[in-house]
Design a protein around this ligand. Structure first.
Ligand SMILES: Nc1ncnc2c1ncn2[C@@H]1O[C@H](COP(=O)(O)OP(=O)(O)OP(=O)(O)O)[C@@H](O)[C@H]1O
Ligand SMILES: [Mg+2]
Length: 375
């Protein structure tokens, strides 16, 4: 009997098998010990869309609870300019009350510490009071608070500065032991740092969440398939890595489509094209279409060349290619540099150390090729 699809291609869904990240997990464990014996060193995890930030935080939560300490997870929803930092602080407080497993946390009493007047100073003093009171009730040696998707607070970016101010207050440092673990996109985080300069010096410990390596991917896919009645051929597993570069969301999505294409429990090369098409369609809907619409027509011309050449190209090479060869066309050559820099600014292409440009994600490259052929 073939089991239901074991892959989890959805934002925030914990994978059935959590792959890689050994170093990050073991650093986190040492961080916990240091937090108990010395002091909490708050941590910021940084990573792009779908790279596995939420799953990693959930893994951290498990480690903390296994070690016998309370942990909670606060997911930040998207705030707008019209909101106040106190709204966000209040949400964090609420999530902390709901997330800590301690029985008898009197929600009304704790949330009563927040008044409706939403001034900055009050957000700060009220959250301080909240942490001090909560700490007494928690009766723990350490409590860990995960705040996921901090970039959603960008429109009210001073929230993060309030968090910093509260956590560095003498009375909080002396009387409590909360360890905060934040997650954000790298761009979001650097905007916080630009706007609120002391934040970077306070939240100094960073963890970059990156793609899984080949071995992690093969092992994770293999173990996810255990006892399902379905097998991927070695060639297919290799290609999963080659196409996704180990991006966890892409791995889950592609593997999920491959799984659906099994024939008598086997997934081999014949199932590939269909699964890839479906994956690209979904990635387009989720993200790539939005990314591509950010590029102007001229910029798309350059993107197409990168996609077809499948290698990093220098500005000089772009110029030459516009003049002779298969890519040659009428084009404002003097502006190539500007177009490329703009594509980089929009996060569509990257520039390597040598100054050459490339499409960072093979799946996006495949997507561009397909879209360009339709253009
Ligand atoms: N270490 C891992 N091993 C295997 N699969 C993973 C791993 N981490 C995440 N995934 C899978 O990748 C996908 C994205 O994970 P997750 O939602 O944690 O990422 P994220 O960075 O929080 O994404 P978002 O940008 O949507 O917030 C999910 O399908 C999840 O199951
Ligand atoms: Mg997430």
């Amino acid at each position: 009997m073939i089991k239901p699809n074991p892959f989890t291609p959805q934002s925030g869904w914990e994978p059935r098998v959590f792959g890689g990240r050994e170093q990050g997990l073991s650093d986190f464990k040492s961080g916990l010990e240091a937090a108990i014996s010395v002091r909490p060193n708050h941590l910021v995890t940084l990573g792009e869309w779908g790279i596995g930030k939420t799953s990693l935080l959930k893994q951290f939560r498990r480690i903390v609870q296994e070690a016998g300490y309370p942990a909670c997870m606060c997911s930040m929803s998207r705030f707008t300019k019209g909101d106040k930092p106190l709204d966000a602080i209040y949400l964090i407080a609420e999530e902390m009350l709901m997330g800590f497993p301690k029985a008898g946390l009197d929600q009304e009493r704790f949330l009563g510490l927040f008044s409706k007047k939403k001034t900055l100073l009050q957000a700060q003093s009220q959250f301080t009071k909240f942490l001090l009171e909560l700490w007494k009730t928690l009766d723990a040696k350490l409590a860990v608070v995960m705040v996921d998707d901090l970039q959603n607070l960008l429109p009210i970016s001073n929230t993060i500065d309030i968090l910093r101010a509260v956590l560095s207050k003498e009375e909080v440092v002396q009387n409590t032991k909360f360890l905060f673990v934040l997650s954000s996109t790298p761009a979001g985080w650097s905007t916080f740092l630009d706007k609120h300069d002391p934040v970077g010096r306070f939240f100094r410990k960073r963890l970059n969440v990156e793609n899984l390596d080949r071995e992690d991917v093969t092992r994770t896919v293999g173990r996810t398939l255990e006892d399902t009645g379905v097998e991927f051929s070695e060639g297919v597993k290799d290609r999963v890595f080659e196409y996704t570069g180990g991006h966890p969301y892409e791995v889950q999505l592609l593997s999920s489509h491959l799984y659906d294409g099994q024939i008598e429990g086997r997934v081999s090369d014949e199932s590939w094209d269909n699964a890839l098409n479906n994956t690209l369609k979904e990635l387009g809907r989720d993200y790539f279409s939005m990314l591509l619409t950010k590029a102007s027509d001229r910029e798309k011309d350059l993107l197409k060349i990168l996609a077809e050449e499948k290698r990093p190209l220098s500005i000089k090479e772009f110029r030459e290619m516009m003049i002779v060869g298969p890519h040659a066309k009428k084009f404002p050559i003097a502006n190539i540099k500007n177009f490329l820099y703009r594509l980089e600014e929009k996060g569509i292409i990257i520039r390597d150390q040598k100054g050459s440009f490339d499409i960072p994600d093979r799946m996006f490259r495949e997507f561009v090729l397909r879209k360009e052929n339709e253009r």
